[in-house]
Design a protein around this ligand. Structure first.
Ligand SMILES: [Zn+2]
Length: 134
């Protein structure tokens, strides 16, 4: 019975200490920083201790990534070429449209609507698209 009482007191004291530390760390950024610093140190010890394992894992993952990329290129190389050609054509089209509208804006007597941004004649009082006054 006395033995149980001792264990109960120890467990109770640990719970109270943990609660106090938790509450303090909520309000004190200094304490929180110290606790986090301990975690950083633990990570440092862990990485020092497991250097070889970490290196092996990295090498394995790299070789998996390289091999899977090789496989993808071998299997779907032609499809990927086709996709990137199509994407380049779409981008080319977009650049042409942008260049054309910049040229129009710079050379012709046009301005952009203050409200919707569409290109309208310089002397027009109202926007031809949204109808708002300039
Ligand atoms: Zn407009």
């Amino acid at each position: 019975m006395k033995y149980f009482n001792t264990i109960f007191v120890i467990v109770f004291a640990l719970v109270v200490i943990t609660m106090i530390v938790t509450i303090f760390s909520i309000f004190s950024s200094k304490l929180r920083g110290k606790l986090l610093n301990k975690q950083v140190k633990a990570i440092k010890y862990m990485t020092d201790y497991s250097k070889d394992d970490i290196q092996a894992i990295n090498e394995n993952m790299s070789s998996i990534a390289i091999n899977s990329k090789k496989n993808i290129l071998n299997k779907y190389g032609e499809d990927l070429k086709d996709i990137s050609t199509k994407e380049a054509k779409i981008k080319e089209e977009g650049i042409k449209i942008k260049t054309k509208s910049i040229k129009e804006g710079l050379t012709s007597n046009k301005k952009y609507c203050k409200h919707c941004g569409v290109l309208i004649d310089e002397d027009s009082q109202y926007c031809s698209k949204c109808g708002k006054k300039q």
